[in-house]
Ligand binder design. Structure first.
Ligand code: ATP
Length: 237
């Protein structure tokens, strides 16, 4: 499969200003350069506090870069995240970037099945198609069928995490961001998530993720970007 660049960071900087602490400035990311390609998984590594999560949040548009360029592919166009209007960020999130965080944001009274189906319905899938895919994912992720019609707000931490993963893998995202999706899962479910990531890669997703589990990194990673050292390597550790 031909790969295509879907994320491009150039001379990217992020500084936090602590307004409630005498305006102290923290230089978290300085002069970063990296690309992410379709059909590949780029792993963010680096010591704790080096800015891995901050960088993922910048790609998703939760945090704004201080300077430099961070472009994300949206269809045939590039969106410059450093200057993107909120409207384009919303568009980008609807069609081009999926995000699987460690925690599920539950909406009271919305059933698990509806929560998982939502990304597909937003893309115009029929209810039957969406339901079939959601049921397949929930089964594979070992969420008992008796829970499917309940809102996940009372589920265990691990169950909520797996519902979140099912939702994240519901549609084929051109760019898929993963923040510790396997943290606190048991071995069986971790293996399912690795399979889902492999399928997403084969479907052409450009995946970017943080994984503390070395085994997962080695199974899924193609390249590693060390955020502390600002260095891309083909060797995943
Ligand atoms: N909203 C914020 N305001 C101020 N400082 C922040 C904010 N978010 C993150 N930081 C700071 O930026 C630095 C990087 O944090 P980040 O969570 O991105 O690191 P990380 O590499 O993901 O760490 P870990 O591996 O421990 O999860 C930290 O020093 C943190 O205190």
């Amino acid at each position: 499969m031909m790969t295509a660049t879907r994320i491009q960071a150039r001379s990217l900087n992020k500084q936090f200003t602590l307004h409630h602490q005498n305006g102290v400035q923290l230089d978290v990311l300085t002069d970063l350069n990296f690309d992410a390609q379709s059909g590949e998984c780029l792993i963010f590594s680096g010591r704790s506090g080096s800015g891995k999560s901050t960088l993922l949040k910048m790609i998703y548009g939760n945090y704004l870069a201080t300077s430099g360029s961070l472009q994300v592919k949206h269809g045939d166009e590039w969106v410059e995240m450093v200057a993107a209007a909120p409207r384009s960020v919303v568009e980008l999130r609807r069609h081009s970037i999926g995000y699987v965080s460690q925690f599920l944001k539950t909406i009271p009274r919305v059933s698990t099945l509806n929560l998982v189906m939502e990304p597909a319905l937003e893309r115009g899938w029929s209810a039957e198609q969406a339901r079939a895919r959601a049921e397949e994912l929930l089964s594979r992720l070992n969420i008992p069928e008796r829970l499917w019609h309940l809102a996940p707000s009372t589920f265990s931490g691990g169950e909520q995490q797996r519902v979140n993963i099912a939702r994240g893998f519901m549609v084929a995202w051109p760019v898929l961001l993963l923040d510790e999706p396997t943290a606190s899962l048991d071995e069986t479910n971790r293996a399912v998530v690795v399979e889902l990531m492999q399928e997403a890669k084969a479907a052409g997703a450009a995946m970017v993720g943080i994984f503390h589990d070395a085994e997962v990194r080695q199974k899924i990673g193609d390249k590693q970007f060390n955020v502390s050292a600002n260095e891309v390597s083909n060797h995943v550790q």
